[in-house]
Write a protein that binds this ligand. Structure first.
Ligand SMILES: NC(=O)c1ccc[n+]([C@@H]2O[C@H](COP(=O)([O-])OP(=O)(O)OC[C@H]3O[C@@H](n4cnc5c(N)ncnc54)[C@H](O)[C@@H]3O)[C@@H](O)[C@H]2O)c1
Ligand SMILES: *[C@@H]1O[C@H](CO)[C@@H](O)[C@H](O)[C@H]1NC(C)=O
Length: 437
């Protein structure tokens, strides 16, 4: 039997694939007929197939459980101790904050600022490879040097979230984990749905179920203003014309958080950030890639709007954004629900956090040239219609009034700090700069 099967296998999978001669194919046919002619061989074949299926299925479930078991990057007594220690405030009346996206640009800065005040901070990040994960690891190392622990996990992991809320009674959640970037949605639309919609709902479910319920501050985006032309953008403006899937998921986030506020009494503050930049920034953003290319002597592509109008952005320095985030945490009222039921009306707020002085992209480039002491090779290209909007400009009077938000770093001063960080992180050498990207 075994030999017969091996022979058959040889016939079905010739050692030189694609070279089966016609005669051999006829011979194969004959052998098939011979093989299935007797009912007893047929019975053996059926048995063989059943065994094969069964072993495949059990192998699958083994793979499933083993991958859960072996690749789980969380759990265990030592891990729990790290979680608890990191989340513990070191001052009286200090808050305890779960910061999602803590290995990200904004998340790492907010985490350090909170920790420096004596608040408890626990980070959560999935270290995805949307941009160079080694930069995220470096931020994690920086946070660890301050005594902040970043859990490696996804906001879609409900079991992990339940575990974290089980270990720590977080008073606040600073939700910054997201799929950022506008153009990448053309390539990978589902990553936006995964992190910005499904992940948000999973996180809100965990917050709803937690006792006590935390107050939530989360990052929306100026992109929700979409195709609006009225400037400056005010919170009360309509936001129903998004220009990208990214914007649409942020807008959806504002609606989703509203329902959790309405039904379960979660305290919600949504922050519409306007083009944040600074040290430890995001390599996918223009100011970052311009810097890299200028240093490497490579050309940069500058998009221009209709009729050769320059694009403009309300660039906001990271330290100002951090101040706005912390002021939001400090002024957030408690959530009112417990056991999945609302006890009273909870706070629902939305704020613009911008700098409120838009700068054109060519001006950004000339500031970089000045700081880098190098000329850029500029390639002016008409903006393709893939999600970017021509300009942004924040009206920040609401945040000023209610949060005491007052941006204090202009683009010139902020870029100087960015360039200083960039050169110290990647080095001066042309070939060296950006070698990790
Ligand atoms: N930087 C800006 O100009 C800007 C402007 C408007 C809004 N925002 C928003 O601010 C927040 C922070 O942005 P950033 O610039 O720091 O981006 P970032 O990409 O540097 O940080 C986001 C972090 O979240 C992590 N993350 C993504 N999906 C996750 C998931 N499913 N589970 C766990 N972790 C996940 C990523 O690994 C990353 O480290 C985001 O919500 C972003 O949409 C940023
Ligand atoms: C800015 O927003 C406030 C509301 O917060 C509004 O009263 C004011 O008119 C807006 N300013 C402009 C110039 O649109």
């Amino acid at each position: 039997m075994e030999k017969k099967m091996r022979d058959l296998e040889d016939e079905l999978f010739p050692s030189t694939p694609g070279k089966v001669k016609i005669e051999r194919a006829h011979a194969m046919n004959r052998q098939f007929h011979r093989c299935f002619a007797s009912t007893s061989t047929m019975f053996l074949w059926a048995l063989f197939l059943i065994a094969l299926t069964a072993s495949y299925l059990s192998f699958q479930s083994f793979v499933d459980t083993s991958s859960k078991y072996f690749t789980a990057s969380w759990g265990g007594l030592h891990w729990e101790r790290q979680v608890r220690a990191s989340a513990l405030p070191r001052r009286s009346n200090g808050i305890s904050v779960l910061v999602t996206g803590a290995a990200g640009f904004v998340g790492s800065h907010v985490s350090i600022a909170l920790h420096k005040r004596g608040d408890g901070v626990l980070g959560l990040d999935n270290f995805n490879s949307y941009y160079d994960p080694s930069l995220k690891k470096a931020r994690k190392t920086l946070l660890a040097s301050h005594g902040i622990f970043v859990v490696e996990g996804d906001v879609n992991d409900a079991r992990l979230l339940a575990k974290l809320f089980d270990i720590v009674p977080f008073s606040h959640v600073m939700h910054l984990a997201a799929q950022a970037g506008v153009r990448y949605a053309i390539e990978n639309p589902n990553s936006y749905v995964h992190s910005n919609i499904a992940g948000l709902v999973t996180l809100l479910e965990a917050c709803k179920a937690a006792d006590p319920q935390p107050a939530i501050v989360w990052a929306s985006s100026s992109s929700v203003y979409g195709l609006n032309e009225k400037v400056p953008f005010s919170e009360s403006d309509t936001t129903d014309r998004p220009a990208s899937l990214y914007a649409a998921t942020k807008k959806a986030g504002e609606e989703i958080t509203h329902t959790y506020n309405h039904i379960y009494g979660l305290s919600i503050t949504g922050l519409r950030f306007f083009t944040v930049y600074g040290p430890w920034g995001r390599p996918d953003m223009a100011y970052f890639s311009f810097t890299r290319n200028i240093l490497q002597g490579k050309p940069i592509t500058i998009y221009r709007g209709k009729d050769r109008v320059d694009l403009a952005r309300d660039f906001t320095f990271i330290d100002d954004i951090v101040k706005g985030c912390i002021a939001s945490l400090d002024t957030a009222e408690k959530s009112t629900g417990s056991g999945g039921k609302k006890r009273g009306q909870a706070q629902y707020r939305i704020y613009n956090l911008g700098n409120t002085s838009p700068v054109t992209v060519p001006t950004l480039v000339s500031l970089l040239e000045r700081h880098l002491k190098m000329k850029a090779k500029k390639n002016m290209v008409e903006m393709p219609g893939n999600g970017d909007v021509p300009f942004t400009h924040a009206n920040i009077s609401l945040a000023r009034r209610e949060l005491g938000y007052k941006p204090s770093t202009n683009l010139e001063a902020g870029l100087k700090k960015f360039v200083k960080w960039y050169l110290s992180y990647y080095g001066y050498g042309r070939s060296n700069a950006g070698k990790n990207l």
